[in-house]
Structures are given as C-alpha cells and as structure tokens.
Design a protein around this ligand. Sequence first.
Ligand code: ADP
Length: 444
Amino acid sequence: RDPFQPHDSVTPCLLLTELLPFPVPLAELSLMNKLIHTSLVESQQHVEILQRDPNSPLFSVKTFEELPLKKELLQGVYMMGFNRPSKIQEQALPLMLAYPPQNLIAQSQSGTGKTAAFVLAMLSRASASEKYPQCLCLAPTYELALQIGQVVRTIGKFCTDIKVNYAVRGNRVLKGTALEEQIIIGTPGTTLDWCFKQRILDLAKISLFVLDEADIMIDMQGLSCQSIRIHRALPKSCQVLLFSATYKEPVRAFAERIIPDPIVIKLREEELTLSNIRQYFMVCQGLDEQYRALCNLYGSFIIGQVMIFCQTRRLAVWLAGKMSQDGHQVAILTAELTVVQRASVIQRFREGKEKVLIATNVCARGIDVQQVTTVVNFGLPVDLDGGPDFETYLHRIGRAGRFGHRGIAFSVVQRDTVPLVHRIEEYFQTTIKQLDPYDMDELE
Ligand code: ADP
C-alpha cells in the first residue's frame, strides 16, 4: 500500500461527506486552489497575533527591501512580479528571517502567500557552499510537495547553487549516497524512510523545518504521527515553521505539540455575508420550464460571467449539454475530472474563455473564483433530509458579493421547494424576491 496515492488513506472533509455522494479529499482541494491561484487572494481582513513571545518584539515590513534578503532572492521576488509583501508576509517574514531564528505558527486561507513566505525563508537559510540538506519541508501529498518545489525553483532562480531534492514515493536514491541538495521537500512517509531506513538524510543537520498544510496532515491518517517522529529527531536549535489554512482545535493541539510556546499569527478568515447580494427566486413547473427560465434570465440579464450550481452531477451534465446545444459557451466542473483538469477548467473560466461555469457542490466548495458576481442555483441546495442546506447556500451565494462587490443571485426552483426559499430567508434574515420567470422587468 502506498500511503500517498491521492485516494488512499484520506479522510474526507466532514461537511462534504455529510452532504455529497462522494468525498473530495482536502489535499486535492488544496492542490486545486494552488493550481488556480496565479495571483494573490486579496483580503480585507487583518492579521491577528494570537500568541506572542514577550522576548521577541514583533515588527512588520511594508517592502521586501526592508527584509534581510540576499540580492539573488530579491531578484527572484521581482521576477515573480511581487511588488510588496502580502498581509501575512508583512508579519511573518521578519520573524521567519530573524536572528536568532524564531519558531512560528501561521494560519491564513489558501492563496494568501504562505508558500512564497516559507520558500523565501528556506532559500535564505540554506547555505549554498555547504553540500548537505539543511532545510526540510513536509507536505501531505506527492503533488503538493512537487508544487512547493516548483515555487522554490522559480523564486530561487538566481540562487543557482541551491539545489532541491524530493523525498517522495518513486524517487529512488541509492542507499548510502550522500545527499548534496540543501533543500529537501517530502511527504512524511518517504522522509521517515530516508532518515531511518535508508539513512541518507541526517536530521541532526537540519536547521529549518517547515510543516506545510498542517490541517491536512492531521486529516490524513498517520501523517501527523510521522511528522512528529521526524520532528523529534531534529536538533533543539532547529527553527520550526508550521502553516495551516485553518486553526481549529485538533490543528492547535498538533501544532503546540510540535512548537511549544509558539508565536501564532493568523489572518482573520473572511466572513461570507449575504448583505450586499440581491437575491431572487423563480418558481417553475418541472425541469423544462426551469431551463426556459434560465435561458430568459441569460438572454435578458446575464452579461458577464455566471456560475450555475446543480445539486447532482447528472443534472449538471444535462444542463451543460442543453446549454451548449443552444450555442452557449459552457464549462463544467465535475468530480471525475482530475485535479489538474479541474484547475484548468477554473483557470479558463477565470480568463473569460467560457462565460458559464456549471458546477456541483462537490467541486465548488472551497474554490475561489473571485470575479464572479452572478450565481444561479438551478434548484436549491438541500440536505439529506430534504431541508434547505443553509451553509451551502451561503457558500454558493456569498462568493458573489466578496470584497465589497455587489452580487446577484437567482434561484430557479420548482413549486414544491418554495417553502425552502422562505426558510432560507428566515434563517439568514434576508429577503429573496420572487420574479416571474417570463418577465424580467421586475429586476432592479
Ligand atoms: P498560499 O501558500 O497561502 O496558498 P501562495 O504563496 O501559493 O499562497 O501564493 C498564492 C499566489 O500569490 C501565488 O500565485 C503566488 O505567486 C502569489 N504571491 C505570493 N506572494 C505574493 C506577493 N507578495 N505579491 C504578489 N503575489 C504573491
């Protein structure tokens, strides 16, 4: 058994398993977000310092030049097109690069610049003239490890003497060889193997240890224990940095086992709200009428891009087929696509190559398409008991009104689900206005 097969030993995200016929592993979701985040996710939230070390005053920087970065790294940063540090980087980078080295726990949602930050730390700490592993970074899966390596290679383009190796399945290194690469990126299982079985990686010489995606590590059975075993064999003086997109109780407990008395910085999670979203619903008799209502909506209102949600994959496939036949450019996001294919569908949509993205919940949870301001529910999201699924409604719609954008949401529903519309209104204390599916004039 290979523990790094994506579908193996993965405990699926709780909410998804509750609601959906098949699970999306968190690691896949994270990889997909990484593949589609070609730029920083803007955030209006502030960085909070949850815990601090009274002996090390925190300071923040507004420019990369204020940091103790060597010129090859500044060149790398400029080449990436980074003009200034992201919010989390402003606070985290000074700490990560400080002398004496500081341990740190940093939490922020994906796309906010964590990877770039610890890659800068690894490339700063690694000494090019010493030919042995000095920085070790653990990631939950093979794909995520390679993704980090990609970032090291691009930001480190001008640090020509710093090399990377991967402690991942399939990368065979002869027993007894002396690794010369300064940076090792690996999954916990293979890294353990390299340290204790093959004995090619000497943990006693590691001076920077990065644990990325800690929340996913603890979600995947065995990985957190393996990480703890690796951590135990590190020298006391080793700097430890831990990153996570969430910081709930199990992550906190795990993090504090690895870093006692840590400095914890956290970018406040953005709260989804329905307050700047206009919501409408239309009542139809049967699927065909729902489709006609959607077409009317499309013809008379939707100019920009729209995301359409369906409760099942069958419905999504049917709708995509029908819309394409009618000459619309549609993209569809279903779970049988590979992560890379899904990321590419989202990327094309983001670039405006398709105007309509049809998705099921399974694909839409947790992904970020920032510019969408129009959302259509082709049927309401329901839970297993047939009641309204409030949280999914909020996630689908709340995205349309982010960063102060004014969003608009339409729910095209059948008559028997009208009571659910009213329950949603009540639950969120919001108004969902009824529209005549054949008369859009009422739309403000
Ligand atoms: P995370 O690890 O939090 O998911 P990343 O470090 O992968 O976030 O960054 C997300 C995207 O933003 C990447 O495409 C990255 O190149 C870009 N990015 C990171 N830091 C900056 C910055 N300071 N300025 C502009 N873009 C940045």
